[in-house]
Design a protein around this ligand. Structure first.
Ligand SMILES: [Zn+2]
Length: 504
């Protein structure tokens, strides 16, 4: 049975019309020229007009892209666009923004760019599923070996070879899917440079500081990036707890372990975190006199001296990703996690993987954060193994040999119009096929079961991902939440002498 043809524009227009939120979400639409080369994204209003006047065709539904029939790239102007990443263990945020920097005519200096967000995306990884599948496979193989070939001598540690640069498949999958989305987005938008959050803290700077280069107290002041990173670093290093009473979830202040009044330095190894109560109680007494319990004192001093590398774990996957990004022909810039958070709080932007990505690196401002986020979940393309197994590795059932039924395949995005019966209505979403020809459809509101293939039409072929659009978060509450977060994190600036709580 040949694959079904994709539906044409009128059917898609109907879907978009019914999914009104699609249009009202202040969505940016990707635009291609007549040769399918990327142009600047446009607003959804403009896309709607272009489609209605027949000047454009729908190119792709998720992410939504249109193709102009009468425009070529050569006769169009494109601006620099930055694609930035905030790689996470379960979710990676991606943000595509138009970078606007001003060149000072007199000095020739280029200002730190303002980012206009065009597209936000969250890529949900499936590392755990991959790990589980591989563990199950290895258990199955082990069972086969011990059960059927028990007379054979065990063979193990026979998988030698060079494993430098190797990372586990569950982690490599993150790199692969991100790289695949870099390629996809580059086909839809004129991306000119990439930016990635590479490390949590700028360790080089901190190492230099630890090596003896004193930083002036000014740099600890609120509002400077480095001061912010130091605070973030201390929060991480001390596990967000008071070092004396070990209370959690309370406002913490920067604390000199050996007080400045007794010759203590500003070095990171001399800084800790304490709640206001302990901080005041300690005052300018020495830590050795303040902490009576010798075991606790030993622990505190050991933690303070802990090498910086251990406090901020080095993330291998991010480096692998960074090297892969460098292998594209685009320039790659990097930022630190502290910098991202600094930008986000400074600009009062709501927390989220995609918005974090927009705040990565050197940005002076981030505009239009009120955009819907396209959530893209990695689903895989089904398994090769046709046998379903129980927890003990014994066959439980068999999947059908072919992966298609009536031209549909699990993972396709379909639209089903049912006119009568219990399931009456229009359902669109990701389909899971059944040999009977009655499919399950995962819609945005839930799963609908037992829909006949006769009612279904493919709107986008399965490509290993499941798509959903999240509604816009209210920009007003965003700003206030950003402030609340800032207050929660703010630690009083250090005084020159003893570390003291700020009154009130
Ligand atoms: Zn305390």
């Amino acid at each position: 049975m040949p694959r079904k043809r994709r539906v044409t524009w009128p059917v898609m227009a109907d879907i978009l019309e019914r999914q009104k939120h699609f249009w009202e979400l202040r969505l940016s639409v990707f635009v291609l020229d007549k040769r399918k080369r990327p142009l600047m994204p446009c607003s959804e209003r403009r896309a709607r007009k272009l489609l209605a006047s027949g000047r454009a065709r729908v190119h792709r539904l998720y992410p939504f892209a249109i193709r102009l029939v009468d425009r070529a790239l050569d006769s169009s102007e494109v601006q620099p666009m930055r694609l930035s990443f905030d790689p996470g263990s379960k979710i990676t945020g991606l943000a595509l923004s138009r970078a606007e920097s001003v060149v000072d005519a007199s000095t020739g200096e280029i200002s730190v760019p303002v980012m206009h967000i065009a597209f936000l995306m969250e890529l949900v990884h499936r590392g755990q599923q991959i790990k589980d599948a591989l563990t199950a496979r290895s258990a199955m193989r082990r069972r086969r070996r011990t059960e059927n070939l028990r007379h054979r001598k065990p063979r193990f540690l026979n998988r030698g070879g060079d494993k430098t640069g190797w990372i586990a498949p569950s982690l490599m999958h993150r790199v692969h899917t991100i790289m695949s989305w870099v390629c996809r987005i580059r086909k839809l938008a004129p991306v000119t440079h990439l930016a990635q959050e590479l490390v949590k803290f700028d360790m080089q700077k901190m190492q230099a500081e630890a090596a003896g280069k004193e930083i002036s107290c000014l740099e600890y002041q609120q509002g400077t990036l480095f001061g912010y990173e130091i605070r973030e670093f201390l929060l991480e290093k001390w596990g967000r707890t008071c070092m004396y009473c070990e209370n959690k979830d309370i406002p913490l202040q920067i604390e000199h372990i050996t007080p400045k009044a007794r010759g203590g330095s500003n070095r990171i190894s001399n800084l800790g975190l304490a709640c206001q109560c302990c901080n005041q109680k300690k005052g300018s007494t020495d830590v050795k006199d303040f902490v009576k319990d010798p075991a606790r004192l030993k622990r505190i001093l050991a933690q303070a001296k802990a090498p910086l590398k251990d406090a901020a774990a080095v993330n291998t996957t991010r480096w692998v990703l960074f090297n892969q990004l460098k292998s594209t022909d685009l320039p790659v810039s990097t930022g630190t996690g502290g910098q991202t958070k600094f930008n986000r709080t400074r600009l009062g932007i709501h927390q989220g993987h995609a918005l974090d990505a927009a705040c990565v690196g050197d940005v002076s401002n981030v505009l239009c954060p009120a955009k819907p986020v396209l959530t893209v979940k990695c689903m895989g393309r089904g398994s090769y193994c046709r046998t379903r197994l129980n927890a003990f590795g014994f066959p439980r059932g068999y999947l059908m040999r072919k992966k298609q039924v009536h031209g549909f395949q699990t993972g396709d995005m379909v639209k089903a119009v049912v006119n009568k019966g219990k399931k009456v209505g229009t359902h669109d979403g990701r389909v899971a096929i059944r040999e009977t020809g009655f499919f399950n459809i995962q819609t945005s509101t839930g799963a609908v079961q037992g829909i006949s293939h006769k009612h279904c039409q493919i709107i986008q072929r399965g490509d290993g991902y499941r798509y959903s659009l999240s509604p816009v978060k209210d920009s007003k509450s965003q700003a206030s939440q950003g402030r609340a977060l800032h207050d929660a994190l703010s630690l009083p600036a250090l005084k020159d002498r003893v570390s003291r709580a700020i009154p009130g």
